[in-house]
Ligand binder design. Structure first.
Ligand code: GLV
Length: 318
């Protein structure tokens, strides 16, 4: 039987499933391993099952033992793995697309609504028992019938669009390439990010992170948004320049911001924590039992396909 090093905890159902197929070095205590632990613990393994909070950077990948042939990431994003260095070392990297589309789209909509309708401030007033209904109490922005810009119209972006159509929103998008008419389903394509932003009363960020998209939302691009826009990021923290965003919230360019992901998470920029017009979640995009089980199965099936069936894994990304 081949052997897998699992860097963090798996849900019980996934843990039983992987043990049917592999010997494992596990981490059911969910310890935050150092690079040196990862190198040591993978010394007699054939593959690694890892998670978004383990960073397989260049140096770590270079030091991994040569018996490691595959790293299966338990996430759709793979910015935590330097896939070029992995490729140089002939290590296959896989992700878990499709299975978390709906859960993450739900969180994007929650962020837009939570921010625009001032859910965080509302909760504080409710807890402090210090509120009274009044005509101008905690006035927010309504999503219904507004223009929604979607940055990144992959599976998750399109699922956000589907939900937003129920709010009567006019959907605009920016993507590497224009989609087919069927996939667009009435959404309006903008080749340039600036043009998308001009049409984004509400903006949902659903593109991949990584080097190309780092700092995409910064002071030079924020200026194209209509005044008082609402933004949600359920993709990756690095897409937003935090300092520029904080300025835009303080000067009212951005009315409210919903975030599920952060630069340097689990840390969150101190200023974000002080601003009331923020609706913050701790990276919950895929956090439902159904989705997490499906992600685990997908990652395990990728390992199984490659190591036990000598086949190309379904979701190779490098
Ligand atoms: C979660 O953030 C993922 O990329 O799956």
């Amino acid at each position: 039987m081949k052997k897998i090093f699992i860097t963090r905890k798996l849900l019980d159902k996934n843990f039983s499933y992987i043990k049917e197929k592999f010997k494992v070095v596990h981490n059911q205590d969910d310890k935050n391993f150092l690079d040196s632990d990862i190198i040591r613990l993978s010394s007699d393994c054939d593959g690694i099952l890892t998670f978004p909070n383990n960073n397989f950077h260049t140096d770590l990948l270079k030091k991994l033992p040569s018996n490691i042939k595959i790293i299966a990431n338990y996430a759709v994003g793979f910015g935590n793995i330097d896939i070029d260095t992995a490729k140089e070392k002939k290590i296959i990297v896989t992700n878990t697309p499709e299975v978390l589309t709906d859960a993450t789209a739900e969180i994007s909509i929650l962020l837009l609504l939570g921010a625009s309708r001032r859910a965080y401030e509302g909760r504080i007033y409710a807890e402090n028992k210090s509120w009274e209904w009044s005509a101008d109490f905690l006035i927010g922005k309504q999503m219904t019938n507004k223009k929604l810009g979607i940055l990144g119209m992959g599976r998750i972006g399109r699922a956000v669009a589907n939900i937003a159509r129920g709010f009567g929103m006019e959907i605009h998008y920016h993507n590497r390439s224009k989609l087919s008419e069927k996939l667009e389903n009435g959404a309006i394509f903008h080749e340039r990010l600036e043009d998308l932003l001009r049409h984004s009363e509400f903006l949902s960020i659903n593109c991949p992170g990584g080097k190309t998209n780092t700092n995409l939302i910064n002071k030079d691009t924020l200026k194209y948004l209509p005044d008082g826009a609402v933004i949600a990021n359920a993709a990756r923290g690095e897409i937003i320049n935090d300092e520029d965003m904080i300025q835009a919230i303080k000067n009212g360019k951005v009315f409210a911001l919903g975030l599920d992901v952060y630069n340097g998470e689990p840390l969150i920029h101190e200023e974000y924590l002080k601003l009331k017009k923020l609706f913050l979640l701790p990276h919950l995009g895929s956090a439902t039992t159904k989705t997490r089980i499906a992600m685990g199965e997908r990652a395990i099936n990728n390992l199984d396909q490659f190591l036990n069936k000598s086949n190309k894994p379904l979701d190779q990304v490098n």
